[in-house]
Design a protein around this ligand. Sequence first.
Ligand SMILES: Cc1cc2nc3c(=O)[nH]c(=O)nc-3n(C[C@H](O)[C@H](O)[C@H](O)COP(=O)(O)OP(=O)(O)OC[C@H]3O[C@@H](n4cnc5c(N)ncnc54)[C@H](O)[C@@H]3O)c2cc1C
Ligand SMILES: NC(=O)c1ccc[n+]([C@@H]2O[C@H](COP(=O)([O-])OP(=O)(O)OC[C@H]3O[C@@H](n4cnc5c(N)ncnc54)[C@H](O)[C@@H]3O)[C@@H](O)[C@H]2O)c1
Length: 456
Amino acid sequence: MGEKRQVDVVVVGLGVGGEEVAGRLAEAGLAVVGVENTLVGGECPYWGCVPTKMMVRAGLALAEARRIPGLAGSATVTPDWAPVAKRIRDAATDDWNDKVAVDRLVSKGASFVRGTARIVGPGQIKVGEDTYAATRGLVIATGTKAVIPPVPGLAGTPMWTNREAIEADTLPSSLLILGGGSIGCELAQVFARFGVQVTIVEGGERLMALEEPESSQVAAEALTADGVRVRTGVRASEVAYGTEFSLKLTDDTVLTGEKLLVATGRTARLGDLGVDTVGLDPSARWLSTDARMRVQDGVWAVGDVTGNGAFTHMSMYEADIAVRDILGQGGPDADYRARPRVTFIDPEIGAVGMTAVQARGAGIDVVESHVPLSSTSRGYIHGPGNEGFIKLVADRQRGVLVGATTAGPSGGEMLGAMSVAVHAEVPVRTLLSTIWAYPTFHRGFGDALKGLGFDR
Ligand SMILES: Cc1cc2nc3c(=O)[nH]c(=O)nc-3n(C[C@H](O)[C@H](O)[C@H](O)COP(=O)(O)OP(=O)(O)OC[C@H]3O[C@@H](n4cnc5c(N)ncnc54)[C@H](O)[C@@H]3O)c2cc1C
Ligand SMILES: NC(=O)c1ccc[n+]([C@@H]2O[C@H](COP(=O)([O-])OP(=O)(O)OC[C@H]3O[C@@H](n4cnc5c(N)ncnc54)[C@H](O)[C@@H]3O)[C@@H](O)[C@H]2O)c1
């Protein structure tokens, strides 16, 4: 016979979003139960952002060392995966142990339950035999899992998703990657830099298909320069696995590789959560919410599960809105106009707001400008590794930026100023009169802004 407990709020899923909600509501004095079936912190610290960015950092160090000839002398570069794997195991994930995170949450006053939560009716959540009645509400923060495409022969093979790729202590000699989005591109470049023969198979016509075409081009060139074979516009039609993977493509070519990484997108973890007991569709790809993160009365959702952009910063952003709503604190509604994202390849590709095509699709009278980084002072000074560009998308009528892409050695860092410009709708005239320090990469904004052709 299980325990029955009445609390104010139950938070299901304690990734970055759920942990933030549970911790803040507990600190505010509410009785909160947080339920997590894997690791508190979720995908980002254990199988996502943090370990992948450690990998990227290591790959970048190799690439920079390889740029020494012609710039600063000579260098012999011998890649070794062991320190990367060790750093991920010891420093990033504590050997995939969440004790520190659990203690952090409990120290804020939340109750922590390890297990799989199932909704069994309005405000009623079961974990094992125990039942929790959430009088103020339920917060769903169950994140996403990798989509495995229905390619004949794929199911049941020892394919990698991001999790196995990140846990790898040793690298394969060859790797096939299905999907040329953020995960595919970042991991392809890292592994190639460590000597793995990598091939990406992207079903769409270009890598990073949701971003500007120039981003796709820069990504394809950078990956190719690192030795990655990039195949676009083809899909896997059949998979076979014996001692290695064999991938038959829709153009009848066959690729082989020691490992196969599936990186074809993510879908919300909703299937067996019991959302049907509160009238929601368990087969939906995402849980949609209003601008206060409410799914329905007494149910909020935050983070990847909402489909508003599967990024840690979006999860934290939505968590903040849900917390304020639950506590009756008011504050701004969710606003996705200036959603930033950065793909951490070299060059880093940052983007905020709309692409030019999206802006036109939204009926905006678009004016755009594009500046190659190599034509800017800092790009020229930087020399090898200066690939990249700045692209601005403006609304001619309103005189404000609605989108920007910043690709280059610090593409993600450069994005900051453009995020402010798009979010705060800073007039292009004001941006044109801004002083940009010389010779920074971001000084290229001055050139790109002039290219929009607005009067001062
Ligand atoms: C390889 C990779 C690299 C990434 N890199 C970046 C990056 O550089 N920058 C960035 O911003 N984002 C990045 N992301 C995305 C980022 O990891 C996610 O946006 C973030 O983890 C979302 O947090 P979340 O709390 O919404 O979901 P999650 O982190 O997925 O957490 C949800 C939690 O809910 C738990 N759960 C699910 N169902 C139940 C249940 N029924 N009962 C109990 N617990 C349950 C899960 O176990 C999980 O721990 C990356 C993702 C991947 C895969
Ligand atoms: N730097 C970052 O912030 C970062 C890094 C990694 C992941 N992420 C997050 O994780 C999410 C998931 O990443 P992802 O790379 O898996 O997804 P994605 O949506 O970014 O890219 C998936 C790609 O796979 C392709 N595809 C789909 N089915 C295919 C098939 N059968 N064969 C070949 N190609 C196919 C799609 O056309 C698409 O280009 C991202 O959207 C992002 O939100 C963020």
